[in-house]
Design a binder for this molecule. Structure first.
Ligand SMILES: O=C(O)CCC(=O)C(=O)O
Length: 327
């Protein structure tokens, strides 16, 4: 494309008449505006951010996502959700638990221009590199669904082996909720919050944030000295009326893309984490095998593995794995 514009510029200099019939500068500007990296702020606007707490370190961003971006993230996850999981603190294995009754779906990192732009905006807001982030996890809570108070940092070696601790979480609200569904921080200190009857009882004893479409919360699970911050304990109150859509991006202290563990068994993290995430080349690994996004997967192996590891297989192994989507 750049070569095309160079040739055009050459034509204009050599044949000035061409410039009369072509507004080249405008053309080049519109070319640039279609380039994803032309806006290096990725829509980040610091004037929309307010600091809400130092224990935990938490910030609120009004209008972090546009309505269209929220709807797009929901669209990417709808119909692909599966029951959310939690990680065993000792073994790191994930399992279904009554403490977390929502459903969720991990998007693929950089899977389209909108997702890339949001990932870049997250990196710009948090000052943390994109490669330290997990892929965006879209969450859905129907009436009665919730996530009890928990920490985002891990204690087990298995999960820590991949990128180290989760140091920060960006929680984006993709919908409003009629009642309930507040994110609550029971250990937060020093925040005085008046709550009227529009707040659910669950949220009343703690600092809490009401889901509001497009807004986002950033909080840190580690202190600046890298020790774990117990004030980061948080959860989601049950939805009482309506439904809640949200998306989280967990950011680690190190690069989360580098795959250290290539054992056949998964290195699942909390929330049924994608098993082995894509590398920057767009390839994923499954055990010792490799699969490319654009290619078919591993045939029989996919069929066997898919029911157990749906989100990874469907997302990273292309069309053939869609056969495991039915659930
Ligand atoms: O949905 C929320 O408000 C909280 C989600 C959450 O804590 C998590 O997914 O780790």
């Amino acid at each position: 494309m750049r070569v095309f514009f160079l040739i055009l510029y050459f034509l204009v200099f050599c044949y000035p008449n061409v410039s009369h019939s072509l507004d080249l500068s405008g053309l080049y500007r519109s070319f640039l505006s279609t380039q994803e990296d032309s806006d290096r702020s990725y829509g980040f606007d610091p004037t929309r951010v307010s600091q809400v707490s130092w224990r935990p370190r938490a910030f609120y961003y009004k209008g972090f996502l546009s309505d269209e971006e929220c709807d797009h993230l929901i669209y990417l996850a709808k119909g692909r959700l599966h029951h959310s999981m939690v990680a065993d603190q000792k073994s790191g294995e994930s399992y279904k638990s009554y403490v977390r009754t929502s459903s969720g779906f991990f998007l693929q990192k950089g899977q389209d221009a909108t997702v890339r732009r949001i990932e870049n905006r997250i990196a710009t807001w948090t000052f943390l590199p994109k490669e330290n982030g997990e892929s965006i996890h879209v969450l859905h809570y129907a009436v009665g669904e919730k996530y009890d108070a928990h920490f985002d940092y891990f204690k087990d070696e298995k999960n820590l082996a991949r990128g180290g601790h989760r140091m920060a979480t960006v929680l984006m609200y993709l919908s409003d909720v009629v009642k309930g569904g507040e994110t609550f921080f029971p250990n937060a200190e020093g925040i005085d919050q008046h709550k009227d009857d529009s707040w659910s009882d669950c949220s009343k004893g703690s600092f809490a944030v009401k889901p509001k479409k497009g807004d986002a919360v950033l909080f840190f699970s580690l202190h600046p000295d890298a020790t774990t911050d117990t004030a980061s304990l948080h959860g989601s109150c049950p939805v009482i009326e309506g439904e809640k859509w949200a998306a989280t991006c967990w950011i680690h202290v190190r690069n989360f893309n580098s795959v250290k563990d290539t054992k056949e068994e998964s290195i699942e993290g909390e929330e049924d984490l994608i098993l082995v995430e894509e590398s920057s080349t767009g390839e994923g690994t499954w055990g010792k095998r490799k699969c490319n996004r654009s290619h078919s997967c591993m045939g029989k192996t996919a069929k066997r593995k898919c029911p157990k590891n749906q989100s990874y297989m469907v997302e990273f192994c292309g069309d053939r794995c869609k056969m495991c989507k039915a659930h």
